[in-house]
Structures are given as C-alpha cells and as structure tokens.
Design a protein around this ligand. Sequence first.
Ligand SMILES: Nc1ncnc2c1ncn2[C@@H]1O[C@H](COP(=O)(O)OP(=O)(O)OP(=O)(O)O)[C@@H](O)[C@H]1O
Ligand SMILES: [Mg+2]
Length: 265
Amino acid sequence: MNDMRAVERDVDTNDLKITARGVDVFYGDTHAIKDVDVDIVDNTVTAFIGPSGCGKSTFLRCLNRMNDTIDVARVEGSIMLDGEDIYDPKVDPVQLRAKVGMVFQKPNPFPKSIYDNVAYGPRIHGLAKDKAALDEIVEKSLRRAALWDEAKDRLDQPGTGLSGGQQQRLCIARAVATNPEVLLMDEPCSALDPIATAQIEELIDELRSRYSVVIVTHSMQQAARVSQKTAFFHLGELVEFGETGHIFTNPSDPRTESYITGRIG
Ligand SMILES: Nc1ncnc2c1ncn2[C@@H]1O[C@H](COP(=O)(O)OP(=O)(O)OP(=O)(O)O)[C@@H](O)[C@H]1O
Ligand SMILES: [Mg+2]
C-alpha cells in the first residue's frame, strides 16, 4: 500500500463502517478508479470532491454495488462493510442496497403516492407486519427527512407533485425507510435552490447521528459545511483524504490546493 496515502490512522477501528482497499474500476478499457483506499467512519459525513470526470460517482457506486448495473463496469479490490466483503457472491445486492441507501442528483420519486414511495422498500423487504406498522415506518421516515409536516395531509397524492426540494427529501425518506446504515448521496442538492439546499444540509447533519453519510459535491462550501472528512479525487486517483478542516486549510498535495483554490476543476 502506498504510504503517501493519507488514510486516517488515528480512528478506533471499531468506528470504521466501510474499508475500501486497492479499489480499481474499469469501464471497458477506461481505468476510472485507480488503486483507491478509503475508510468511512461511522456517524460521520464524508465528502468526495474533485473535478468533473475524476471518478467520484464511480467510486460512490462501488459502495453499494450500483456499478453492477452497468454492463461494461468491472470493480476490483476489496470493500468491507462491518468487516464483511460486499462483493462476496453470497451477498444479495438488493439487501446490500437496503443497508447502504442512495440518493441521486436529480430527485427521482417513483410515479406513486408519497406514502407508497416511502413504503416501497419496507414492503419488498417485509419490514412491517401490518398496516399500522407500515404507517409508523412511513411517518418516522418522513419525520427523519424533515418532510412530515408538509406531507402528512397529502400522503395519497403523487410524490412527483412535490417541489424539487420536497421531492429530494422524499427520496431521503425512501432511503431511510429500510433502516440503512450508510447513506450515499451523489450531488443531492445540485437541482435545488439555496433554501432547499440549506434544509438538506441541516438534515444531513442530523442524519449523521444515526448513519454514516457519504456525499459527492461540487460545492467546496458545502463540503466544508457538512462534512468531517473529505476525500479529493483527481483523474481516478484518491489524492488526499483526511479531516475536512485540514484539507481545506492546509492540504498536503499541490493538486488539492489548486482545486480548492479554484485553479483546476
Ligand atoms: N457508464 C459509464 N460507461 C463508461 N464510462 C463511464 C461510465 N460512467 C462514468 N464513466 C467514465 O468514468 C470516469 C469517471 O466518471 P464519474 O461519473 O465517476 O466522474 P465524476 O467525478 O462523478 O464526474 P462529475 O463530477 O461530472 O459527476 C469518466 O471518465 C467517465 O467518462
Ligand atoms: Mg458524478
């Protein structure tokens, strides 16, 4: 392993939720992720930053095997969740994605009611024994996503009828409804206005008390506001990874400094 790599060594290994080691991703002949090591710490927000095309989304998708759905993608290396290899053939990717939930750039509610959007995961995973239990999960998830007050009187109306920011919170409610342990968010605020963005950022900070959150963002301000750890990617490599405050005030690598000061990207 490359000693220059700034994987944090000072955390108690009990706090490690995900450990990725020597991860490579190929799309056909394109080598999109090159020998990346990352530790995701529990109850922590980790930001992935870097110029467009550097591999942030590709690496994020490795963490819940979403790259499985891309025919030409090939993932190598090891990714452990709570010490278990998520690429083991025994692991069911659908179960894995309930544990490692994902929120995308563009809010993508199902063409169903608000209630059914949130109830979808719990139903397919058999998490509720009856209607009352399902109602409870739906309410709890919408509350956790800070959408309950706006949605409680219109649960039977289509999720697509909500505003963009509300739709994104609905997608967060849908993701938390299956009791995930990790939430992956790929530029979750890029389609939102500043007020909705501020709401989602506040929510991310609250979600951290229960989950590990990994967020891809193009906004350095957002990374600085919401995350405790930051990983800077460049051309498929993980250039630098460490405490967010440190990365933004005293980066070790000139490429990180160029990016955060706006010279590359
Ligand atoms: N489905 C795919 N098929 C082939 N190549 C892909 C695919 N998805 C991504 N790539 C390539 O992999 C590299 C990394 O892309 P990725 O989408 O991970 O970057 P990113 O850092 O998320 O960029 P952005 O900030 O623009 O979202 C790029 O060269 C991209 O063209
Ligand atoms: Mg991306």
